[in-house]
Ligand binder design. Structure first.
Ligand SMILES: NC(=O)c1ccc[n+]([C@@H]2O[C@H](COP(=O)([O-])OP(=O)(O)OC[C@H]3O[C@@H](n4cnc5c(N)ncnc54)[C@H](OP(=O)(O)O)[C@@H]3O)[C@@H](O)[C@H]2O)c1
Length: 305
């Protein structure tokens, strides 16, 4: 990974921190995006010392659920890094209660879905000019059993935090597939993953009984954050995956994901609906490609007599 610039959001704790550690240990120029500039700089300095990699840097952000933060982070990244080879969209959270951000958007949707979409869109030209490049989206197996409701993307009717989280992770897989399609032919790949059930700070933002229950369950069945970082690190670094795009990975392997996550028409509709919410332009449609071998009709062979 020498000479590669890798940006990781939510790199201050849990899976993101361990992903950053693993990537820094592989020699990449590692950029941690985290809440609080001084705090993130301190964590970057610790990682630099513990991995022996002098090129670990920090980009501070207020709140990745806010439109202003997406533009601030993207502008700062573009200004400071002439090439960006990997963007790991890891920051995410479960919110038990429905609340709107300062932009008037339900916060699960804003942080888990719109932030990865906005950062990928705002950094698209930099990723393309740095190709081969990759976008890695940290989704979850919690996407299973959900469907997208285009009429109620923000859970205004009958909100359930659990359903909002599951839907957000389904939406992230669908957007991964649509972004992969739109990056076709550019040398930029986009993949999503489930990191496993991992002991981390996940859910603790809710406090009270919810935080306690998540801590308790995690104590019984969850794996370490180092283990949770294995699939993100593979997707960011493994040369075998250079051309793999639009896929969903579990335990380091391509996995189909739920039926709802493989609906290309829904992926297109959702992509347009999300971009309308954040008022960013769509990436261009990919050029018409020559038919793949599966689509080429077989040669007509002479009929043996
Ligand atoms: N843990 C699991 O079992 C599990 C399973 C499937 C998927 N995931 C996904 O894995 C990803 C990482 O989660 P984790 O388990 O490592 O949880 P975590 O320990 O809570 O880490 C979440 C990271 O995201 C950051 N973050 C949260 N809200 C933010 C905001 N509004 N603005 C900026 N940064 C914010 C956190 O920053 P702070 O350090 O400032 O809090 C932290 O760095 C998430 O996308 C989660 O949905 C986790």
């Amino acid at each position: 990974m020498q000479g590669r610039v890798v940006v990781i959001t939510g790199a201050t704790s849990g899976i993101g921190l361990e992903t950053a550690r693993g990537i820094a240990a592989r020699g990449a120029h590692t950029v941690l995006v985290g809440r609080g500039t001084e705090r993130t700089q301190g964590i970057a300095a610790d990682l630099s010392r513990s991995t022996g990699n002098p090129r670990v840097e920090a980009v501070g952000v207020d709140n990745l659920a806010l439109l202003a933060s997406w533009t601030q982070v993207a502008h700062e990244l573009i200004e400071r890094f002439p090439a960006i080879h990997v963007l790991v969209n890891n920051a995410g959270a479960y919110y038990a209660r429905r609340e709107l951000t300062g932009d008037g958007i339900e916060r699960t949707l804003a942080l888990n879905v719109l932030a990865p979409l906005a950062l990928t869109t705002l950094l698209a030209d930099r990723l393309k000019s740095s190709a081969p490049a990759r976008v890695v989206n940290v989704s979850s197996a919690a996407h299973g059993g959900n469907v997208v409701d285009l009429e109620d993307l923000q859970g205004a009717r009958n909100f359930s935090g659990y359903r909002a989280y599951g839907r957000s992770k389904l939406e992230l897989v669908l957007l991964t597939r649509e972004l992969a399609r739109r990056f076709t032919g550019t040398g930029v790949t986009v993949n999503a993953l489930h990191p496993g059930f991992i002991r981390s700070g996940f859910g603790q933002n809710n406090g009270g009984g919810t935080a306690f229950m998540i801590r308790l369950t995690a104590r019984i069945g969850a794996k370490s954050a180092t283990k949770g970082a294995e699939t993100p690190i593979r997707l960011a670094c493994d040369s075998d995956l250079e051309r793999v795009t639009g896929e969903y990975f579990v335990d380091g392997k391509v996995t189909p994901g739920s039926t709802a996550s493989r609906d290309p028409e829904m992926a297109k509709k959702l992509y347009r609906a999300c971009l309308a919410l954040i008022q960013l332009p769509a990436l261009p449609e990919p050029p018409d490609l020559p038919p793949t071998s599966a689509m080429v009709p077989p040669p007509v062979l002479p009929v043996p007599v």
